[in-house]
Ligand binder design. Structure first.
Ligand SMILES: [Zn+2]
Length: 303
């Protein structure tokens, strides 16, 4: 196999392993710096966005910088419509070597990695990503993500089936990107702790929605979020536990009457009547009274 293909496949395999247990596919800059190819260190991401490691002739990745603090990217106009993603050229010269590199990858139909920055040093990794169109007039290219089990090099033409699959995977990738952004903001606001029990292990924490995101009022803003551990998240979503607009925790009546082991006793029942232990320090990030009220009405109905 030629070096370029071997390198790309090694990168995708390595990233697949690295992200295997992470539902959000987030990787850190530090982790990325530990990649090695045939015993040699190889850099996978660059500060300039479009990155070509010294081992290759063409770029291995494109990266989007994390949003500035206080902004809640991504916005749809930044990521492109429907089943595609948009990526801006480096600068305004279509002949800049980085832009030429992307064009060559497009012609050769070779995949790369798309790193989307969600906060300083943390990226969601999308791979394999194909550059499917070059748009010099808009100074941008179109990207599509494909299924990691289907890496293809220089396919002569993309069949309808492959095209449909890429659109599907890209739409799912965008959803992941929005969720990862929401999670990162909620985790930071709650200082990586469960609002109900104060548990501080990020791998056991979720960014829960107060009003679900399928509801038009279920905005992906921190004020509609709660950092909850896995058990309290599930208990909240199934109305075993409710939180009223004054941040007081309520446990459903039939659960309070139930006698069982320490998990039910200490993990659930003892929270009844307590206030949330952790809320964001910034007022505008605290759980919205209006949204808590909407959601608490549903808990009441279940009670
Ligand atoms: Zn908890």
């Amino acid at each position: 196999m030629e070096l370029d293909a071997a390198f790309r496949i090694a990168v995708f395999d390595w990233l697949t392993q690295l992200t295997a247990l992470r539902s959000d596919y987030v990787v850190t800059w530090k982790e990325l710096s530990s990649f090695r190819f045939r015993g040699e260190r190889a850099t996978l991401i660059g500060a300039e966005g479009i990155w070509k490691p010294r081992q290759l002739e063409l770029p291995i990745s494109v990266a989007t910088a994390p949003p500035k603090p206080g902004r809640s990217a991504p916005y749809d106009d930044e990521v492109g419509d429907g089943g595609t993603l948009r990526y801006m050229y480096r600068g305004t010269d279509p002949q800049h070597p980085s832009n030429v590199g992307m064009r060559r990858l497009c012609e050769l139909r070779k995949p790369l990695v798309y790193f989307y920055g969600i906060e300083a040093g943390r990226y969601v990794a999308f791979f394999p990503t194909y550059i499917t169109a070059d748009e010099p007039a808009q100074l941008s290219v179109t990207l599509q993500v494909d299924d990691a089990s289907t890496v293809e090099f220089g396919m002569p033409a993309v069949s309808e089936g492959v095209q449909a699959r890429r659109e599907y995977v890209t739409v799912a990738a965008k959803r992941r990107l929005h969720q990862a952004g929401f999670r990162a903001r909620v985790m930071r606001a709650y200082r990586q702790r469960c609002a109900v029990c104060n548990l501080a292990h990020e791998s056991l924490l979720d960014a829960a929605h107060i009003v679900p995101d399928r509801d038009p009022r279920g905005v992906a803003a921190v004020k509609n979020g709660l950092s909850l551990c896995k058990i309290h998240h599930a208990a909240y979503d199934t109305n075993i536990l409710g939180i009223d607009p004054d941040h007081v925790i309520h446990v459903r009546g039939d659960i309070l009457d139930e006698i069982d082991g320490p998990m039910l006793q200490h993990g659930i029942k003892e929270n009844h009547g307590q206030r949330l232990l952790v809320v964001p320090s910034r007022t505008e990030q605290r759980p919205s009274g209006e949204l808590l009220d909407l959601r608490f009405a549903e808990f009441r109905r279940a009670n």
